[in-house]
Design a protein around this ligand. Structure first.
Ligand code: SUG
Length: 446
C-alpha cells in the first residue's frame, strides 16, 4: 500500500492586498500600501498546483476564508448593516478593516500542524489548527480553518481535527511552518521536528528586534495531544539573530523531506546538537539522515530572506529522486542561482529545480512552501478525503474560469473600503463551495 505526501495549497482569496500587517516579515513591511493584483495572485498559485499535479504529485486545494470578516468587525463593535459596519471601520479604524480583509489564509503552511497516522498511537492523522495569535489578521483564521479541515478530512476513523491551542502569547503557534517530519518512507514511523522561536517559561535567548511567533510550550503541547513519543520528536530553537534578520518562520530558513534536511548554517541554536539528535533518533527507526547545510559565505541570511531559497518544496518523485520547487526570486539572486546550479550538478539528494512565478504572494512574504500544507496519507486515507479538492485538468479549468470571472486585477488599500468587495467575495465563495463539493462551509451560507 502506497503512502504519499499530499500538498494542500491555499487558493488565494479575492481580497489579496498589501496592508503591511506583519511586523517582522520584511516583504510585508516593504510592500505596505502597494497595489495588489488578486487575480494574478490566484492564477500564480493555481498554476503551481496544476504543474505539480501534472508531474504526478498528490495536490489538493483548500478554499479561501470569507473576507472581510464581518464576524471580526462586529466583535470589534462595528454595527449596522454590513455596508455600514465596513464604512464605519474604514473611517474610524482602517487598520482593523485591513486586518479583517487580509487573504492571509492562503498560506496554508500556517493552517495547522499535521501528524501522519504512522506516528500517532491511535493510527489516525492528527491536525491542530494554528492559533496564529501573534497577529490579529491571522488570529481570526483558526475557527474557519478547523471547519474546512473537518469538512475535507471528515472521516473520524481516519482523521482527528483538534481545536487550536488557547490564543495567548505563551502558546503562540504558527503551524506547519515550524514543523517538519523525517522518515525513510512516508508510511514508516517518523521523527517530527518542532522548531520554536522562544520559550515562555524556560530561560533562553530571544530575538531583540522582531517577535518570535512560535513558543516551545505550543510545540510541546501539539506533540502531546497528537500522542507523539520522546523517541519520535525533536525540539529545536531557531537562532534568534535570524528572526531579527526577517526569518519569522522556520520555513524561511529550512526545509525537510524524508531523510533530507536542507537549511542554512545559522538556522538553529546549537545546530550540531540538533543534527545529532535527529540523526540518532532516525537511526533508531533504521532511517538515514542527510543534511545539506548552506554556509553564510555562499548564501547570506539576507539573500535567503530576499530570495526565499529555503521556502522551497522538497518533493520526492515516485522513483525516490527529489525536486526542489523555488520561487523565481531565487533565479534573480546571483548567489542563490549559482548555488542552485551547483546543487543540482553535484550528485546530492536534489536532482532538479523547478521555478515558479509567485510574485504576488512573495510580496507578502509567502513563497512556495508557505502556500502548502503537507498531509501524509495512506491510500485508504486518501480515499476518505473529500474527493472534490484534488487537482486535475477538470478542476484546474473550472477554477481558472472562476478566478477570471470573480477576481479583480487591482486592489489598492483604499479599495478595502468598498462594500461591493464583500458582495463579490461572497458570490465567488458560494460558487467555489459547489466547485469543490464542500457544502455550506461559510457563515454567510448557514
Ligand atoms: O504571516 N504575511 C504572512 C506570510 C506567511 C508566510 N508563511 C510561511 N512562512 N509559512 C505572515 O506574515 C502579510 C499580510 C499583509 O501585510 O497584508 C502576511 O500576513
Amino acid at each position: 500500500m502506497t503512502t504519499l505526501e499530499a500538498n494542500f495549497d491555499g487558493l488565494v482569496g479575492p481580497t489579496h492586498n498589501y496592508a503591511g500587517l506583519s511586523f517582522g516579515n520584511v516583504a510585508s513591511q516593504n510592500n505596505e500600501k502597494s497595489v495588489a493584483n488578486p487575480r494574478a495572485a490566484a492564477q500564480q498559485g493555481l498554476r503551481k498546483m496544476k504543474r505539480l499535479a501534472d508531474l504526478g504529485f498528490a495536490q489538493g486545494v483548500l478554499p479561501p476564508q470569507e473576507r472581510p470578516s464581518m464576524r471580526l468587525l462586529r466583535e470589534l463593535g462595528f454595527g449596522g448593516k454590513d455596508a455600514e459596519a465596513i464604512a464605519r471601520a474604514a473611517k474610524d479604524a482602517p487598520e482593523l478593516l485591513a486586518a479583517a480583509s487580509s487573504a492571509s489564509a492562503m498560506w496554508t503552511a500556517n493552517a495547522a500542524t499535521v501528524s501522519p497516522s504512522a506516528d500517532t498511537p491511535n493510527r489516525r492523522v492528527h491536525f491542530t489548527p494554528a492559533n496564529l495569535c501573534s497577529k490579529l489578521h491571522r488570529a481570526i483564521e483558526h475557527e474557519s480553518t478547523r471547519r474546512t479541515l473537518s469538512t475535507v478530512f471528515a472521516d473520524p476513523s481516519h482523521f482527528v481535527v483538534h481545536e487550536a491551542l488557547p490564543g495567548t502569547p505563551a502558546l503562540g503557534d504558527e503551524g506547519a511552518a515550524n514543523h517538519t517530519r523525517f522518515s525513510a518512507q512516508y508510511g514508516e514511523r517518523g521523527v517530527e521536528f518542532f522548531v520554536y522561536g522562544r520559550s515562555e517559561y524556560r530561560r533562553g535567548p530571544e530575538p531583540k528586534r522582531f517577535p518570535a511567533r512560535q513558543t516551545f510550550e505550543a510545540s510541546r503541547a501539539i506533540a502531546q495531544r497528537h500522542g507523539l513519543t520522546d523517541a519520535g520528536t525533536v525540539f529545536a530553537q531557531q537562532n534568534p539573530d535570524v528572526i531579527d534578520a526577517g526569518v519569522f518562520h522556520n520555513d524561511v530558513i529550512a526545509v525537510g523531506n524524508r531523510s533530507t534536511l536542507f537549511c542554512h548554517e545559522r538556522a538553529f541554536v546549537d545546530q550540531k546538537a540538533v543534527y545529532d539528535e535527529l540523526r540518532t533518533k532516525l537511526a533508531a527507526h533504521d532511517a538515514p539522515f542527510h543534511v545539506i547545510e548552506v554556509p553564510e559565505a555562499r548564501v547570506s541570511v539576507a539573500d535567503a530572506v530576499s530570495s526565499y531559497l529555503f521556502n522551497s518544496q522538497l518533493l520526492s518523485r515516485a522513483d525516490g529522486t527529489q525536486i526542489l520547487v523555488v520561487p523565481q526570486e531565487c533565479r534573480e539572486n546571483p548567489h542563490v542561482a549559482i548555488y542552485l546550479d551547483e546543487l543540482v550538478a553535484s550528485s546530492g539528494p536534489v536532482d532538479e529545480v523547478l521555478v515558479f512565478d509567485l510574485r504576488e504572494s512573495m510580496k507578502n512574504g509567502g513563497g512556495p512552501a508557505c502556500l502548502r500544507l503537507r498531509v501524509v496519507l495512506s491510500e485508504e486515507e486518501r480515499a476518505a478525503t473529500a474527493p472534490g479538492v484534488w487537482m486535475n485538468d477538470a478542476l484546474f479549468t473550472r477554477l481558472d474560469g472562476w478566478i477570471e470571472r470573480h477576481y479583480r486585477d487591482r486592489l489598492a488599500p483604499q479599495d478595502l473600503t468598498d462594500p461591493a468587495l464583500l458582495v463579490e467575495s461572497r458570490t465567488a465563495l458560494d460558487e467555489l463551495t459547489q466547485i469543490l463539493g464542500l457544502g455550506s462551509l461559510y457563515d454567510f451560507q448557514r
